[in-house]
Every structure is written in structure tokens, then in C-alpha cells.
Design a protein around this ligand. Structure first.
Ligand SMILES: [Zn+2]
Length: 506
């Protein structure tokens, strides 16, 4: 049966239910009615609230279909399963009972709207399609060197200046964009109707050049700078030694927290170039006052202090796994594991076993969707088991999975979706289904549910192109790497090196 993600348990019955495409359903939730073209209380397809320990139970018999769940979310999931079983047309659905529940509570995709901006309609399309595969969260990367995408009333220059850049990698074409508060409210409620929670990310203290372009006094030197128009690592970032930085961060938090009801709040914390910190008298003064032993501790100080600020708003912080490097990260923070080196894996595994920390599996290879199929194939994405390199005991610490889509090389909606689909669906399955993989079976089911993307006008890479043979894969890999080099700031390599700086130079 073409259901993706694969349900927990299916039992086949006798006969089939004759589904016709004009059949309405007996349900209350508007989102379910919209999936089936409207409501009819006398329909043989019924969605009913009732006691069950499962997320939902779906019973198909020749007489009709009964979906049961104790929650609205469960009923929606049952509707998605039923929609998949129809194949989008009149058909005979084999009699069966499906008992289903997710493996993880966090099943996410991420979209970077900073490197290239995408408007409300694109985001809604993404949410609408993700919901059809039982994703639970969309991680929204809203602030980076190349753009700040929200309106913060108390800091209006963030969108007035921070959302615009003079060009992209030398093309000389000004570009930008931001979401108004009303647009964010629209996105958040559209997602909530589909049981997807939006997790905002304000990346800090690195990747903040757009913020310091708007408010230079928040950087170490205080000198004016521009929103970055090249990619890679930038060293013009938030100063950690100036009190006004924490006041500004708090103002941002208070408004972002209000815009996004999710309890989760991503603080970034990745790829912090420490060049400016090493030369900054304020950073150096803080370093000495606190008796720090390396610049990593300066980052830990910043992160732990802003986590405290975030606590006021009742949020749980998530950070990229570099935040563990200092070994001092606040215990409340969850970690998103993305780097692929052995040392980080050991650190993340220890964070789970010794600190009881929650971890999101997001390993760059193979989960990053901006890479081509030639390096991150559908098969590789499908086959990754979240606890595979973290050790068997890690399962209890894994809160879920996430496939991020960075957009340095993606500026058009079509490309965006073709990078997301169908590979993200491998991650949707890992996040929902019980362990145990069968790639051929997955691909068969995948073919059967792609109509849900087609119906919504969402393009995807044909499944047969998702696992390129060796030579084609090699070509894709080389061309991706060359392009990445071409779009990176010439200073990026130096800034990258500066992440390893040990102590202040003043
Ligand atoms: Zn500083």
C-alpha cells in the first residue's frame, strides 16, 4: 500500500472500499474537509474523536472508512494516510486496519530565507506539501550575514537596512526581502492548521553581519559595514563584551517569541569566526575578568547568557552542535547535530549519555538538501539511521530528524522544491516510521504518493535521477564544490581559520 511514511502496523481485511473522487467526508476540521472537497454528515468516510493510545487508527471496510484519534492532529494524520491511499482518484481501497504513531516528535525540514529570500506563497506551498507527509516542524532560518528577514518594531533598521544587500556574488543586482508581522502570523497559522510548528532561528553570535550592518555599534569595532553580498564565513559579527549587545538581543527575543508560539527557539551558534573578538578591547576585558582560558569560552559565555534571556519567554533553545565545543553549554539547550567529524560525534554522544541532552539528527552528509543527489543521494538519505554513529544508547536522547535546505545556490522557487523533494521524504519516513529499512519498498511507495506534489504544482526530481551512477555523481559533486567556491567571500578561508584562535591579541 502506497503510504509514506510507512505506518506502524497494517492488517489486511476482506474486500475493498469503492472510493470515488467526488466523495465528501464526515469530519469537522476544515483542513480535512479541504483535502476531500467538503463535508457531508452522511458520508461513509467518517473522522471521529475517541479514545485510543495510537496517534490514529484508520479502518477501511467495504462499507466505509472510519478514522479514530483522540486528537485533531491524529485525525489530520489519518486523513493524510487516506488521501495517499486514494492516489488522488476514484479507486478501490483494500479493506484494512492501520494503527499508527510516530517514532519521533520532531520531524522537520529547514529553509534558509537569508541567502535568498522566498515570499509567503512559497513558504505556504512548502508547508502544505510537508503536511502531506506528516512532518511536524519547519525550522525557519531567518537571520544570517546576507539578510535579516523579520520586522522588529523596537529595532526598525534590522529590516530597513538588514534585509537588503547590494548584490549577490558580484552580480550588482540589489536584492532583499522581509516578512511583516502580519505575514508571519499568516504563515504561523497556516502551518498550525496543518499541525506544523514553525521554529524560528536567529543565528548568533556568528552569521550576524546583517544585524551589525543595521546596528554597527553591536559589533566589536563599531565601524559601519554592509550586509554581506558573498557567502562563506564572515568575521563582522556581534561583540560579546558590550552590554548593549545583550539588550538588543533581548529586544529581538521579546518580539520573535511573540511572533512564533513554538516552545522551541533556535539560537544558531555555528561557524563563529573569532577574528574581531581577538582584537576587541571589550571582548578581551570580559575574557580576563571571567578568567577564561580560550576564545571558545567567550562563545559559551555569550550563548549561556542569551539562553538565560530566552528563558523569560518560556522557550527551549536549540543550537548547532559547535555550541558543545566549550563543554560549558547550558544543560537546557538541545543540540542540532550537523558536522560530520568523529570528534563532534563523540561529543554529541557524550552530551546524550552524560548530560541527558536532547539531539536533533541533521548530519550534513547526507541530510543537507542543498547538496546535489550525486553527493547526497536519496538512498543515502533514506538509509541513515539516526543513532547509527552515536551508539545504540543514543536513541533515548534523539528528539528527531531534520533535513536543512541552505540557499546559497538556490534563488528560484522551482529549484528550491527540486532540492527539497523527493529527498526530504526519506527523512520524513525516518522521523515517523519504526526502525527497519527496505529501500526498494520505500521507492515503490514514494512513486505512489508523488501525485500529492503534482496536485499542488510542486516540482521534484524524478526518482530515477535521485541516485546517479558513479560518473554522473562525480560530475555533480565537482560542479557543486566549484560553484560553492565561486560564491564564497575571498576572506572566508581566513575567517574560517580564525575559529581556532585561542586567545585575545590585545
Ligand atoms: Zn568585542
Amino acid at each position: 500500500m502506497n503510504i509514506l511514511p510507512k505506518p506502524f502496523r497494517i492488517e489486511l481485511g476482506e474486500g475493498a472500499f469503492a472510493y470515488s473522487a467526488d466523495m465528501k467526508v464526515a469530519a469537522e476540521l476544515p483542513v480535512i474537509l479541504s483535502l476531500f472537497g467538503g463535508g457531508d454528515p452522511s458520508s461513509p468516510i467518517r473522522f471521529v474523536k475517541g479514545d485510543t493510545e495510537w496517534d490514529h487508527v484508520l479502518k477501511v471496510s467495504p462499507e466505509g472508512v472510519l478514522a479514530l484519534s483522540s486528537t485533531d492532529e491524529g485525525l489530520f494524520h489519518a486523513a493524510v494516510t487516506l488521501k495517499q491511499l486514494t492516489g488522488g482518484k476514484s479507486t478501490a481501497i483494500p479493506a484494512c486496519t492501520i494503527w499508527d504513531k510516530p517514532r519521533y516528535t520532531y520531524r522537520a525540514g529547514m529553509i534558509d530565507v537569508c541567502r535568498h529570500f522566498f515570499g509567503v506563497e512559497t513558504i505556504k506551498k512548502l508547508i502544505d506539501t510537508m503536511a502531506m507527509f506528516k512532518f511536524s516542524h519547519l525550522h525557519f532560518h531567518l537571520s544570517d550575514d546576507q539578510g535579516f528577514r523579520l520586522c522588529i518594531d523596537s529595532m526598525p533598521k534590522l529590516h530597513q537596512i538588514g534585509s537588503e544587500r547590494k548584490g549577490t556574488c558580484g552580480d550588482g543586482r540589489p536584492t532583499g526581502g522581509y516578512y511583516t508581522k502580519a505575514q508571519i502570523a499568516e504563515i504561523v497559522s497556516y502551518a498550525a492548521e496543518r499541525y506544523i510548528e514553525i521554529v524560528p532561528e536567529i543565528d548568533m553570535p556568528g552569521h550576524t553581519r546583517a544585524i551589525v550592518a543595521a546596528y554597527p555599534e553591536l559589533s566589536c569595532s563599531g565601524k559601519p559595514t554592509e550586509v554581506a553580498s558573498w557567502f562563506g564565513i564572515h568575521s563582522k559579527i556581534l561583540c560579546v563584551g558590550k552590554e548593549r549587545v545583550y539588550e538588543a538581543v533581548d529586544r529581538i527575543f521579546s518580539e520573535v517569541a511573540e511572533m512564533f508560539p513554538s516552545e522551541l527557539f533556535h539560537l544558531g551558534g555555528d561557524e563563529v569566526a573569532k577574528l574581531e573578538w581577538a582584537k576587541c578591547p571589550d571582548c578581551a576585558a570580559l575574557y580576563r575578568k571571567e578568567g577564561m582560558k580560550n576564545l571558545e569560552e567567550l562563545q559559551a559565555y555569550f550563548t549561556n547568557r542569551v539562553i538565560k534571556l530566552l528563558e523569560k519567554y518560556g522557550k527551549t533553545p536549540i543550537l548547532w552542535n559547535e555550541a558543545l565545543n566549550s563543554e560549558m553549554l547550558d544543560k537546557r539547550a538541545a543540540v542540532q547535530y550537523w558536522t560530520t567529524d568523529k570528534k563532534s560525534a563523540e561529543r554529541v554522544a557524550r552530551a546524550i549519555s552524560e548530560e541527558g541532552r536532547k539531539v536533533i539528527m541533521s548530519r550534513c552528509a547526507p541530510y543537507y538538501l542543498d547538496y546535489p543527489c550525486g553527493t547526497h543521494s536519496l538512498k543515502a538519505m533514506y538509509e541513515l539511521e539516526p543513532d547509527e554513529e552515536l551508539g545504540a544508547s543514543a536513541e533515548k536522547g534523539i528528539m528527531g530528524v531534520e533535513c536543512p535546505l541552505w540557499t546559497e545556490q538556490i534563488s528560484e522557487e522551482e529549484e528550491l522544491f527540486r532540492h527539497f523533494y523527493p529527498r526530504a521524504l526519506a527523512v520524513a519516513e525516518t522521523g515517523w516510521s519504526a526502525p527497519g529499512k527496505d529501500y526498494e519498498d520505500f521507492k515503490k511507495r514514494l512513486q505512489g504518493v508523488l501525485f500529492l506534489l503534482e496536485e499542488r504544482g510542486v516540482p521534484y526530481i524524478p526518482v530515477k535521477e535521485c541516485d546517479p551512477a558513479r560518473f554522473a555523481a562525480w560530475r555533480q559533486k565537482v560542479s557543486f564544490a566549484l560553484r560553492m567556491q565561486r560564491v564564497s567571500d575571498p576572506m572566508s578561508a581566513r575567517n574560517w581559520q580564525s575559529m581556532r584562535l585561542k586567545e585575545p591579541k590585545v
